[in-house]
Design a protein around this ligand. Sequence first.
Ligand SMILES: C[S@@+](CC[C@H](N)C(=O)[O-])C[C@H]1O[C@@H](n2cnc3c(N)ncnc32)[C@H](O)[C@@H]1O
Length: 253
Amino acid sequence: MEWFEDDTFWADFAGALFAPERLREARAWVATSPLLDLPPGTTVLDLGCGPGTYAVPLAERGARVTGVDLSGAMLDRAREAAQAAGLTVRLVRADMREFVEPHRYDEVVSMYTSFGYFADPAQNQLVLRNAWRSLVPGGRLLMDLFSKEIFARWAGTPKVVEVDGGSLFMRDTILDDWTRFRSDWTLVRGGTARHGFFEQFVYSAAEIRSMLAAAGFTDIVCFGGFAGEPYDNNAKRLVVQATRPREAEAGRP
Ligand SMILES: C[S@@+](CC[C@H](N)C(=O)[O-])C[C@H]1O[C@@H](n2cnc3c(N)ncnc32)[C@H](O)[C@@H]1O
């Protein structure tokens, strides 16, 4: 089994990945970000939706959201969050390498580095192509990533954070000449230790641009955060917006 297929990884480390302050921050960005300012009725596909971090706030603001995730545990949480808010979110258990609904979505979102999980680069590229195919012509993709440039500022420095009544120890190792990284996490709580790890690609802005262009996207713009700030030395995230061109713009009949 690949690390990302292990439901217990997402559930056991949910306290760190989906902490209440992160969920509040995501809700605030959905309300204020110019990049997430979607008219009511917009059809949105959230690839790797997790516990509905963005899917639920987007639905709250009138989007018609489909959340796709491989983890049943995460989809259960998303379902509960939607129900608690009295909202309808369509939730689908599927692998992002396989999920395609051609010409169905105005917007595809991929949030909190839910990209680059597959050891074979062609499979990560396939996810972008699937997103392109699921978009209507003129539709847009928004990706939120922890990029290579941002990673380089602090990789290698082990970290400890207090989370969920315990302590989480995190250590990162760069792999394959800065192509990928491995993060080892140990959550110590109540006299027990839970170890987990993940390995994924870490992309520079230039690498993501090339991959998006190869998938058929145009108008690729990089931002340093959800406020739409520039992707410069102060960037906290790499937020990329890209468009599936209308057929005529792409020079097709
Ligand atoms: C880092 S979490 C981010 C979740 C959410 N986007 C957020 O902002 O909180 C990544 C999510 O991707 C899901 N995932 C991992 N591999 C996947 C795959 N092959 N297909 C679909 N979802 C996957 C995980 O189950 C997890 O919920």
